[in-house]
Design a binder for this molecule. Sequence first.
Ligand SMILES: [Zn+2]
Length: 289
Amino acid sequence: MGLRLGQFRIDAIQAGLFRLDGGAMFGVVPKNLWATRVPNDEQNRIHMGMRCWVVRSEATGRIYLVDTGAGTKGDDKFRRIYALEDRDFLAEGLAALGLTPDAITDVVLTHLHFDHGGGVTRYKPGTTEPELVFRNARHWVTREHLETAKHPNQREKASFLKDNVEPLFASPLLSVAPDEGEAYEPGFGTIHVHGHTLGMQLPLLEADGKTLLFAADLFPTHAHIPLPWIMGYDMRAIDTLAEKERVLKRAHAEGWYVFLEHDAEHEVVTIGYDGRHFGAGRFLKLDEV
Ligand SMILES: [Zn+2]
């Protein structure tokens, strides 16, 4: 079980399936194109996952959790809108790996949109008072993203739910993530991108001659690899375009493995290029990397 890469052991947890509007997921790409690649339901929604990583480092003893899914605080209406199940998949996934939330030393948050940072908090039993789930973990968010999450514009505001972010903002466990070019520890760096939201960090593991990227919302599904396939949710789509090109060139040239957080079906993909267009190369499970 799990993938060994140098001093790291990496496991994926599926923190739950949900559905988002297909039109919003593919921006300017018309439905008669995207629907040929990704099936949609009677409400025009596409199936998605919320995969997280657990990265255990033999070198430092740190146990990192990368992203946390949507959490368990949503009420009936919220769960209906997004087709979320009322179940704590993240806690179950950790337990299956022999871990409790208290064992996590570091929560690396790519960004704080609800489907990434919702699992950071839960309601205290019998109340609607949120508390942090990972009581022993430093929670890493980039400086730019903290700024934008604390003072969101009207368009992005709905993605930052009060009960997800406020306990974190008030906590001494909140830490400013290393800059791009610095690292959590040798072999565990990040790429920072700003088109989806300011200061999204993408974990990048490099060991044993392999490179594994946690793509978060730069490539939410395999269908988002072609350059113009950009989410309508992105704040600065034109910046996403340039960021995708920069990452795709490197990922293709260096044979990276790209881990897909939101793809309902595929866990890992390589990058193909036919001389004109980038696209999905090979599909793999994480432990086949
Ligand atoms: Zn997002």
